[in-house]
Design a protein. Structure first.
Length: 213
């Protein structure tokens, strides 16, 4: 069985993270769905840990961008039925992280979630707007992994040595297609987490990206 965490993460737990939102502006729009998917040292979902996967009721439904909701295919009826109030959702997040059994580091502090995302800065700003900087810093490590940044690095590396760029386009669907990962249910938080993890694993296991495509 794979270790729960990569050795060099020092007890912090790599988790794929994705949010669905009511629009693109974290100062105006809100998270309406979030998934945090724990990953083991093989970049596979940790079987004994359930993901954190919930809907959150918007406090300002009048600010919803219909285009955003058409992308994620969520409706206010669905969110109203299954969603949690913002503060209750934050409490559930803390309870879920408490249940992960994360070890303490050498300073005696509990280890944290190491985010893995696709354009994670987008998700991070919305999470910060939801739970605030103090709680974010308590729960999430300040380093993160990002498939979009990784793809950009690999394109830069290939270009620098005069090889064809392996990716070019850096959307999650484009990356998934390039590395041969199915992405049939895009813009659902748990499905996007699974795809992000699979894409990242492919990036780690391929040694010659010039052979992609």
């Amino acid at each position: 069985m794979a270790s729960r965490s990569m050795q060099h993460l020092n007890g912090n737990l790599l988790c794929a993270i994705d949010t669905e939102t009511t629009g693109l502006d974290p100062l105006h729009h809100e998270i309406c769905q979030i998934c945090i998917l724990p990953l083991d040292a093989n970049i596979e979902p940790v079987r004994e840990l359930n993901p954190f996967y919930i809907e959150i009721k918007p406090e300002y439904p009048e600010r919803i961008d219909p285009k955003a909701m058409s992308v994620n295919r969520l409706t206010m009826a669905t969110i109203g039925q299954r969603g949690h109030e913002k503060d209750k959702a934050a409490d559930l997040l803390e309870e879920w992280i408490d249940g992960l059994g994360l070890p303490c580091n050498k300073y005696g502090n509990r280890c944290k979630i190491m985010p893995l995302g696709q354009n994670y800065t987008f998700d991070k700003h919305f999470i910060l707007s939801w739970i605030g900087q103090s709680l974010y810093d308590e729960l999430f490590f300040f380093h993160y992994r990002d498939t979009m940044i990784a793809a950009g690095y690999l394109d830069d590396r290939s270009s620098f040595v005069g090889e064809p760029c392996p990716f070019g386009k850096c959307s999650l669907s484009s990356l998934a297609n390039k590395v041969g990962v199915a992405h049939d249910q895009a813009h659902d938080a748990i499905q996007d987490c699974l795809t992000t993890a699979k894409v990242y694993k492919k990036m780690l296991t391929h040694t010659n990206f010039g052979l992609l495509g």
